[in-house]
Ligand binder design. Structure first.
Ligand SMILES: *Cc1c(COP(=O)(O)O)cnc(C)c1O
Length: 299
């Protein structure tokens, strides 16, 4: 598949048998269906960045990520799709490439490996230009697509979210998607952000900083369903994912969306939602990352 068709992002009701409690609606917005690799929210964070790069006459996109980064691989594929060169600055040195990094290379991305200490300079434009000096006309996208184009692109998700949803749930990494979408949704709609890492509530500051004053309301972060930390998992989570797939026919990813739905189930059990709540869970994709556990999943 070499295009992104946003009509593939259907809204699917989650099977009633998964949540015996009464709830007016529990639906999943399937952004995992957009593209096998450029899935989920990454496409929305990239689309205005790429358009801006093309309109500005830039020939090469530079971006950042770790060895398992959904953002890095989405950028590699999207750049290729639009005929732009791409460079990925990778945190850490790898003797053997991860499956994600190998895929980035196969999509034509040039990888530049830097140490963890060097990676700290990822916002230093002069350093980036020096690293990539063999290319000119660089368009720099920060880690996770966390810039104004990323947030504006995430805001475009609002067209998939009907006004009668009372709660919108999504996974949070940098907070870019949550901030961008919060700014566009009706301020009466509650946004629930699920953070898959320890002590992730520091993201509150970044999100608050990028919200319009009248939209800085009705949103909250949950960071207690990290299951050991970012990228960590246990048998309980795998069992949960397999069971969720059997019941709903929806595959979740091991890093983000599985922990969100794990949290949602907990909230349901605690009676967090009123019986007339209409909840939309956003499937932000990330399924490519499941290669690392593919022999443990039934899908
Ligand atoms: C990157 C990613 C997120 C986090 O998005 P942010 O905009 O960085 O908060 C959530 N879910 C998945 C599957 C992702 O790949």
């Amino acid at each position: 598949m070499d295009t992104i068709d946003e009509r593939r992002a259907i809204i699917q009701p989650i099977a009633r048998s998964w949540y015996p409690q009464q709830l007016a609606a529990l639906d999943m917005l399937r952004f995992d269906q957009l593209h096998p690799i450029i899935s989920g929210n990454k496409w929305f964070k990239l689309r205005l960045n790429i358009r801006h790069a093309i309109d500005g006459g830039f020939k090469t996109i530079v971006t950042f990520g770790g060895g398992y980064s959904n953002h890095l691989i989405a950028t590699a594929y999207a750049a290729k799709m639009f005929g732009i060169k791409s460079i990925g600055i990778v945190r850490g040195r790898y003797h053997t490439l991860t499956a994600t990094l190998a895929d980035c290379q196969n999509a034509g991305m040039e990888l530049i490996f830097v140490s963890n200490e060097e990676y700290e300079r990822k916002e230093d434009t002069d350093w980036i230009r020096e690293l990539a000096s063999h290319f000119d006309e660089l368009f720099i996208i920060p880690e996770g697509g966390a810039n104004e184009w990323g947030r504006a692109g995430a805001g475009l998700i609002d067209r998939f979210v009907k006004q009668d949803y009372t709660h919108i749930a999504l996974s949070v990494g940098t907070g870019t998607t949550l901030a961008g979408l919060r700014n566009k949704l009706d301020s009466k709609q509650h946004m629930l952000g699920f953070v898959p890492m320890k002590q992730g509530t520091y993201l509150k500051d970044y999100i608050t900083e990028h919200l319009h004053a009248d939209k800085n309301t009705n949103w909250q972060l949950f960071d207690h369903w990290h299951l050991g930390g970012f990228g960590k998992w246990n048998d309980e989570l795998l069992h949960f994912m397999n069971d969720f797939y059997r019941t709903t026919n929806i595959p979740l990813d091991i890093v983000y969306t599985s922990k969100m739905m794990f949290g949602i189930r907990q909230l349901l059990a605690e009676g967090f939602f009123a019986p007339d709540a209409r909840v939309l869970c956003i499937h932000t994709g990330g399924l490519q990352g499941n290669v690392s556990v593919k022999d443990k999943l039934d899908y």
